[in-house]
Design a protein around this ligand. Structure first.
Ligand code: PEP
Ligand code: MN
Length: 339
């Protein structure tokens, strides 16, 4: 159930609705909208009677939400969610470009790549300090030292930074440094991590689980929103299929489906989908044509020396071409001018 308040509803009227919801043993979750507040009724055991709310002062309507992902659903919030990070807005009809190496390896590597991607048109810098690696013997990331390097990159270049959190134990640390906290594919259904992300004051970039349906992905986002963090960005990064010609299969149909089902922004990561450099540019063009809200791309100035994911990392000049092409395509396909 969603209680939609009048545009002119007062704080007292909203408070009264919250009280009625709580007296019924449910949780009230106010959802700030473009011009009015709506209040989601959560944790109800059975159907909630709309008559409880209709007629209360300041209440415009009370509508049942049919989707299992209540707060994430467009039913609960028809207008797009905009996530503001520094001067950048994700979800507003522009194409946000997020780029950087898979892992922060040292300060000079991070700075060189950051300057190069910024010059080509990237808006945000990404790099892992805590890396989820298939093998325990592979490079695991620099940990806090990597986060400190990210902070220096932000200071030097002005770009907000995106980095991954792998567990609850390091969440406090990661959110101190990150402008956007990434939750990776392997953790999409790590429910205790999702709950912790819901208590974060940072936006969360939630990657799709490599075997997750869109409904499971949206339910994972619901975990974050149900705890009060409304700044969630979804990231399509490919799903596991039977093919051998790429690491995963990029599911571009997720873009229109997510946009229909949810008000949350969706960005596309063609690098982890492809696993190989030669597919990243065509997949990026396709994602821009499908009007994703952003792209997240791995770039390395010396991919053959990268400590992780070198095979899928673009050379800086390839990334420059990518920016040029995707911006042109995005414009033709209905997107706005970048920021
Ligand atoms: C990453 O973004 O570096 C990463 C490990 O991605 P994923 O979780 O999609 O595999
Ligand atoms: Mn990677």
């Amino acid at each position: 159930m969603l209680v939609v308040m009048e545009q002119a509803a007062t704080a007292e009227q909203i408070e009264r609705v919250v009280k009625v919801i709580e007296e019924k043993g449910c949780t009230a979750r106010p959802i700030p909208g473009g011009d009015r507040v709506s209040i989601g009724v959560l944790n109800n055991k059975g159907p909630v009677d709309a008559a409880l709310f209709i007629g209360l002062p300041g209440v415009k309507d009370a509508v049942p939400i049919t989707k299992p992902y209540k707060l994430v659903s467009r039913e609960s919030k028809p207008e797009d969610t905009l996530v503001h990070v520094g001067d950048i807005t994700i979800g507003n009809g522009s194409l946000a470009i997020i780029a950087g190496p898979c892992a922060i390896e040292d300060e000079s590597q991070a700075m060189i790549i950051a300057e190069q991607v910024r010059a080509s048109g990237a808006h945000l810098f990404r790099g892992g300090a805590f890396k989820p690696r298939t093998s325990p013997y592979s490079f695991q990331g620099l940990g806090e030292e990597g986060l400190k390097i990210l902070a220096r990159v932000r200071e030097t270049t002005g770009m907000p930074v995106v980095t991954e959190v792998m567990d609850e134990g390091t969440f406090d640390l990661v959110e101190q440094y990150a402008d956007i906290v990434q939750i990776g594919t392997r953790n999409m259904q790590n429910f205790s991590l999702l709950k912790r992300a819901g208590a974060s004051h940072r936006p969360i970039m939630l990657k799709r689980g490599m075997a997750a349906t869109i409904e499971e992905w949206l339910m994972a986002a619901e975990y974050i929103m149900a705890r009060g963090n409304h700044r969630v960005i979804l990231c399509e990064r490919g799903v596991r299929t039977f093919v051998h010609h790429s690491r995963n299969t990029l599911d571009l149909s997720a873009i229109p489906v997510v946009k229909k089902e949810s008000h949350l922004p969706i960005v596309v990561d063609p690098s982890h989908a492809a696993g190989r450099r030669d597919q990243v540019l065509p997949l990026s063009r396709a994602a821009a044509a499908a009007n994703a809200h952003g792209l997240m791309v791995e770039v390395h100035h010396q991919p053959e020396r990268a400590l992780s994911d070198g095979a899928q990392s673009l050379y800086p000049e390839q990334f420059a071409l990518l920016c040029e092409q995707v911006m042109a395509i995005f414009k033709v396909c209905g997107g706005q001018e970048p920021f």
